[in-house]
Design a protein around this ligand. Structure first.
Ligand SMILES: Nc1ncnc2c1ncn2[C@@H]1O[C@H](COP(=O)(O)OP(=O)(O)O)[C@@H](O)[C@H]1O
Ligand SMILES: O=C(OP(=O)(O)O)[C@H](O)COP(=O)(O)O
Length: 395
């Protein structure tokens, strides 16, 4: 059983909230603040409930204390979002007596943001002494960092047993409800769409989704590994050579289950994965020898749109092409549009680049749920127990 923040009594209590403020930066500017905005309901609720709020997050993958990965730009953005009633104080470090004092001296309306947890290698090592140091800052532990729930680190797992009370935040709750609902009781037809480039990262989710879905649509670079495994000419397209036999096994498994894996029937091809490349349609599913597939073609867009239109549950992870370049973004746009247009379906996007794409295309608010977790949502959909959620279980 998991408790949620609403069930806690927080008045005067030091409330340590693990958030996922791992946001993209350009220099000292936050380029996408979705994860910060998504954490606001929990932060506001903790403040309303009278808690002394301590926010903790990692940012990037620093080797030691790297000033380029300071949470300062994040704290600044948070202060703008919280408005003038709240002061956001960034600490120099995430542990130690200085921080303890800053937390103790917090005044009403103030919020503390601890400096990047990963400035200490002990965070990722899930070190016990470091976990105890973090726990010493808290009367109550709240985890709202769904995007990091697949990591068993000090702040997501190690410190939890050393704090008296624990609960999940409201973002965590929303993610568990949507993604869990999709897994447990998907309304049929259930269609999953997978794309992007990393077959190896997504292969397990294909395996675990196959018995549950009515159709699995594959686009993006991932499609070329499947097409090549079937003997189709893929030219210079990105292929994970060491996954060809696995792709064949998955196609066989799909055949046995009578669940179609729907592959592209045409492509937009180019000469290189940049905006300098020309873009040209292919008549069928073959890619010319000297070209590479960089997006799904118009016939595939129509085919995928039809599957999505008829579905009642749709889960999507991974863009259909090199969507960062406009001439190769139509496939990704058509999937996003088909999902946004299907108002009768539960439509869920599993984080990462697909979430960035729908955000960029302005369609995020027309979908049922856009997850803040990339890796975390995939592992959740694979049916794996996430350490950050497991640590919150009370029994
Ligand atoms: N056909 C393709 N050729 C080259 N790159 C592609 C192709 N299709 C998609 N991509 C790239 O894959 C990347 C996203 O892949 P991935 O990280 O697996 O997705 P996600 O972050 O959504 O999990 C994007 O940068 C996109 O441009
Ligand atoms: O951004 C994250 O993961 P994601 O890119 O898979 O969504 C999380 O903050 C986890 O970060 P990590 O993959 O460096 O442990």
């Amino acid at each position: 059983m998991i408790r949620y923040i609403d069930e806690l009594q927080l008045t005067g209590k030091r409330t340590f909230i693990r958030v996922d403020f791992n946001v993209p930066l350009e220099g000292r500017r936050v380029t996408d603040d979705t994860r910060i905005r998504e954490a606001l309901p929990t932060i506001r609720r903790a403040l309303e409930l009278g808690g002394k709020v301590i926010l903790a997050s990692h940012l990037g993958r620093p080797k030691g204390a790297d000033p380029k990965l300071s949470l300062e730009p994040v704290a600044q953005r948070l202060a703008e979002l919280l408005g003038p009633k709240h002061e956001v104080i960034l600490t120099d470090d995430c542990i130690g007596d200085g921080v303890k004092k800053q937390v103790k001296d917090l005044k009403e309306g103030q919020v503390v943001v601890l400096e990047n947890l990963r400035f200490h290698k002990e965070e990722e090592a899930n070190d016990e002494a470091f976990s105890r140091e973090l726990a010493a800052l808290a009367d109550v532990y709240v985890n709202d960092a769904f995007g990091t729930a697949h990591r068993a680190h000090a702040s997501t797992a190690g410190m939890v047993p050393f704090v008296k009370e624990k609960a999940a935040g409201l973002l965590m709750k929303k993610e568990i409800e949507y993604l869990g609902g999709v897994l447990k009781t998907p309304e049929k037809p259930f269609v999953a769409i997978l794309g992007g480039s990393k077959v190896s990262d997504k292969i397990k989710v294909i395996e675990s989704l196959l018995p549950k879905v009515d159709a699995l649509l594959v686009g993006g670079a991932m499609a070329y590994t499947f097409l090549k495994a079937q003997g189709v000419e893929v030219g210079k397209s990105r292929v994970e050579e060491d996954k060809l036999s696995l792709a064949t096994r998955l196609m066989d498994a799909a055949h046995r289950l009578k669940t179609p894996i729907v592959l592209p029937v045409d492509h937009i091809v180019g000469t290189e994965p940049t905006d300098k490349s020309p873009a040209q349609e292919t008549p069928d599913n073959a890619v010319p020898k000297d070209m590479m597939g960089l997006d799904i073609g118009p016939k595939t867009r129509a085919l995928f749109t039809q599957h999505i239109r008829d579905a009642r549950t749709v889960v999507w992870n991974g863009p259909m092409g090199l969507f960062e370049v406009a001439k190769f973004a139509e496939g990704t746009r058509s999937v996003a549009t088909a999902m946004a247009n299907n108002k009768e379906a539960i439509t869920v996007i599993g984080g990462g680049d697909s979430a960035a794409a729908v955000e960029q295309m302005g369609m995020a608010d027309q979908l049922s749920h856009v997850s803040t977790g990339g890796g975390a949502s995939l592992e959740f959909l694979e049916g794996r127990e996430l350490p950050g959620i497991k640590a919150l279980e009370t029994r």
